[in-house]
Design a protein around this ligand. Sequence first.
Ligand code: N2P
Length: 357
Amino acid sequence: MKQLVRAFLAIVVIALLLQYVISEMNSSEGYSGGNTLTIYNWGDYIDPELITKFEKESGIKVIYQTFDSNEAMMTKIAQGGTTFDVAVPSEYAISKMKEEHLLKPIDQSKLPNLKYINHRFLNLSFDPSNKYSIPYFWGTVGIVYNPDMLHGKKITSWNDLWGKDLKNQILLADGAREVMGMGLNSLHYSLNDTKEAHLQQAKQKLDKLTPNVKAIVGDEIKMLLANEEAAVGVVWSGDASEIMGENDKLDYVVPEEGSNLWFDNMVIPKTANNVEGAHKFINFMLDPKNAAQNAEYVGYSTPNEKALNYLPKEIAEDKRFYPDPDVTDKLEVYQNLGKRMLAHYNELFLEFKMHKK
Ligand code: N2P
């Protein structure tokens, strides 16, 4: 009898343990349901205090996960097995996700704070009428550099980066579109070019940059540049603004050959479990005070017109990070080049990375 009781207890313990392990696995894989909300965002892209504030205000528990490229994020969502409620892709990725039926429509009647978004950031071609996406941050791609480390040299163009004086001095953001875009733009081609000959030329040109490239890195690029581990970085504007907050010797320039203008928007993936909570969170992030707090914390530019009133003047009026429409009109937004061409861009970028190693 004793043995039977022991065996029974052992089974109960094992069953409980299994249940615990499964629930842990689910939560780490973006499981949400009940009163939880799973958010999938870029690394270093939110003030953690805002998550706590949202949890307190809404009574919803947030599970927060990060990604470091649109490609990684899309693969994960397309694979299934996750239940992300909110994600933050960039424009070409939003267009691709729409095409692949990976997004749920957004109910704008649940977003009273949408009125604070500047019209310049609404109804853009990747999502006319904002049926699937709501602005979060925007910016450019450019060069952050340390004139002191370059003996006072000013950088103004992509082609400056190929100079012999920059040996082992450049850090590149780890993005396929960004690096390929730099190669294409440096040859005065569009960063949405699809001609094979142009792409090959861009790849060859990038390979020639290799001696000057110290590393291709993720979010640590900010710390490395602020600590003067390298003199030059190819970065998203918001990262530049954060780095310059740490080290005031640095400057940021959008190269004269042209560059990228990008938009990161909040979306509700098809796999969402808590659509109601997702709308609450999106509306919370659209609140001008929250949007300003977020922009000040992460260094990126807010599309929220009213939030600008809550930002320190030196941030809101810095034209390097809040360029006027006549400047941004000259930049290019990444187009959704189609599944095959996007995969080809990735391949070329990976080959460049291998060449670098
Ligand atoms: C934040 C990265 C922002 C990406 N770490 C810009 N699309």
